[in-house]
Design a protein around this ligand. Structure first.
Ligand code: ADP
Length: 302
């Protein structure tokens, strides 16, 4: 098959592994920097043009769209969809997952366990917001943040009030969330491909840190998932309309709670920790589904 990896950087581990896994399985792999594509959106024959050439004859695209490039990146994926090319994740599902609030609302609607969460932009009722999530200690998140940046643990009401005021001053959207203390700086990343959890890992924060992001010095470890965790991860990905997803959850006293569903989850940490050929699983998923386009169509309302 002719498959494109839509990525800005061919040197990234995830991009390299996807290219390599496709080549090993005999596919014609192309690396395409989606920001350098332009599109003919008016004609009856929609096209994507890259390096002066019209991209033709592709069976599938694997979007690896950076968080700060969602707008243009999803437009390119949508254009491929209009050309009848199979995407591992549809443009609509990627956009949906990039909106943290919308994602949490959809997960809540589906009855999926979440930390108690409040959302605000410019409220004067800071005390009310703090009480909503059960008081301090609590977590405050800037909505635009990734890799743990903009996630703050406020241990006292005074600290929480100052941080909320500061974020409000930045004209920012913020989430206030119950602090899941019992997770003790550990979270679980489940990697979903199709309707299976193909790999999972536990991420442990470094000493003195509550954020377990690998970018914040967290370490990945092998984990055996409980059936309940596997089931909730699959439901969360499905609820977002994603075929390939990284679902992050915490182990709380009231069962697993979902923090986030990521549409371009990194491969390095998960492959090295779990010893699973995740890139190969993504290619196999394409082999099975690229010519059965009606089977996986976005049906999420919202
Ligand atoms: P980002 O999307 O920037 O990675 P997250 O929401 O995933 O932000 O938070 C970063 C890390 O902070 C998580 O991996 C987790 O370890 C910790 N964390 C986030 N929310 C909570 C919470 N409600 N309770 C306890 N720890 C949390």
């Amino acid at each position: 098959m002719k498959i494109a990896v839509l990525s800005r950087n061919g040197k990234l581990y995830s991009t390299r592994r996807l290219m390599q896994a496709g080549q090993e399985r005999g596919h014609d792999m192309h690396l395409i920097d989606y920001l350098r594509c332009y599109m003919d959106i008016t004609s009856h024959h929609p096209r994507v043009i890259y390096k002066g050439e019209s991209l033709e004859g592709f069976d599938a695209v694997i979007p690896r769209i950076g968080a700060s490039r969602t707008f243009y990146g999803t437009a390119v994926v949508r254009q491929f969809e209009m050309m009848g090319v199979f995407p591992t994740n549809e443009s609509q599902a990627i956009s949906r997952s990039r909106d943290k609030l919308r994602s949490l609302q959809l997960l809540a609607r589906a009855g999926i366990g979440l930390p108690v969460t409040g959302f605000a932009h410019y409220t004067n009722d800071i005390d009310g917001l703090i009480n909503l999530v059960g008081g301090p200690p609590l977590i405050i998140k800037l909505l635009g943040g990734t890799q743990g940046i903009g996630v703050v643990l406020a241990e006292t009401r005074k600290a929480a009030t100052s941080v909320i005021q500061a974020f409000r001053g930045l004209d920012a959207n913020l989430l206030v969330q119950e602090f899941i203390k019992e997770s003790r700086g550990e979270d679980i990343r489940c990697f979903i491909v199709g309707s299976r959890v193909v790999a999972a890992m536990k991420r442990k924060a470094k000493d003195g840190e509550f954020r377990s992001n690998l970018h914040q010095g967290g370490k990945g470890e092998k984990i055996k998932l409980k059936a309940e965790e596997r089931a909730i991860a699959l439901r969360a990905a499905k609820c977002m309309g994603l075929n390939v997803a990284g679902v992050d959850m915490l182990r709380s006293n009231h069962g697993p709670v979902i923090m986030e569903v990521n549409s371009s989850p990194g491969l390095e940490g998960i492959e090295k920790t779990s010893d699973v050929d995740v890139a190969g699983k993504i290619i196999q998923f394409i082999e099975k589904n690229a010519h059965n386009k009606n089977k996986i169509k976005d049906r999420v309302k919202g």
